[in-house]
Design a protein around this ligand. Structure first.
Ligand SMILES: Nc1ncnc2c1ncn2[C@@H]1O[C@H](COP(=O)(O)OP(=O)(O)OP(=O)(O)O)[C@@H](O)[C@H]1O
Ligand SMILES: [Mg+2]
Length: 126
C-alpha cells in the first residue's frame, strides 16, 4: 500500500505537488494520470525518496522508502525509460537490479515471464 497524505512539493513559487492525498492498494493496477506539468513525476520522486517533501508525507507499507533496510525487495520503479542502458538486455537490466537489491536470480525470470518478455529477454533493449 502506498499512502500519500497532504503531499506537497514547492520549487520556489511553483507548487509542483499541492496537498496530494491518495492510497494505492496492493493487488490492483493503478493509473496515475494528469496533463503535462501536473506533478506526476515529482510525486513519484517523492514516493521514492529522490526528493524531499516540502509538506506532508508518503509511505510504502507504512514506512518511507528511505527508512527501508532493503527497499528493492518491496519497490520497483522506472521513472525514466531512457535511463536504461540501450546495450543491455532486459535480462541483464533486471539482473543488476536483483543483485544490487539482494533478490534471488529466479525473480528475474519470474518477472520477465509475468510481463511476457521471456522470448526477447536476451535482446539489447536499444
Ligand atoms: N526540479 C524542478 N525545479 C523547478 N520546477 C520543477 C522541478 N521539477 C518539476 N518542476 C515543475 O513542477 C511542475 C510539475 O512537474 P512534473 O515534472 O512533476 O510534472 P509531470 O506531471 O510529470 O509532467 P509531464 O507529463 O510533462 O511528465 C511543473 O510546473 C514543473 O515545471
Ligand atoms: Mg513526468
Amino acid at each position: 500500500m502506498i499512502t500519500a497524505t497532504g503531499l506537497t512539493k514547492r520549487y520556489g513559487s511553483t507548487a509542483a505537488v499541492d496537498h496530494l492525498t491518495f492510497e494505492v492498494k496492493p493487488g490492483i493496477v493503478t493509473g496515475f494520470l494528469g496533463p503535462n506539468g501536473a506533478g506526476k513525476t515529482t510525486s513519484m520522486r517523492l514516493i521514492l525518496g529522490l526528493d524531499a517533501a516540502t509538506e506532508g508525507s508518503v509511505t510504502i507499507n507504512g514506512q518511507s522508502y528511505r527508512d527501508k533496510k532493503a527497499p528493492m525487495q518491496e519497490v520497483g520503479a522506472l521513472i525514466d525509460p531512457s535511463a536504461v542502458h540501450g546495450g543491455r538486455s532486459a535480462y541483464h537490466h533486471l539482473l543488476w537490479q536483483a543483485q544490487a537489491g539482494s533478490l534471488p536470480r529466479q525473480r528475474v525470470d519470474d518477472v520477465l515471464d509475468m510481463v511476457g518478455l521471456t522470448e526477447v529477454a536476451g535482446k539489447k533493449v536499444g
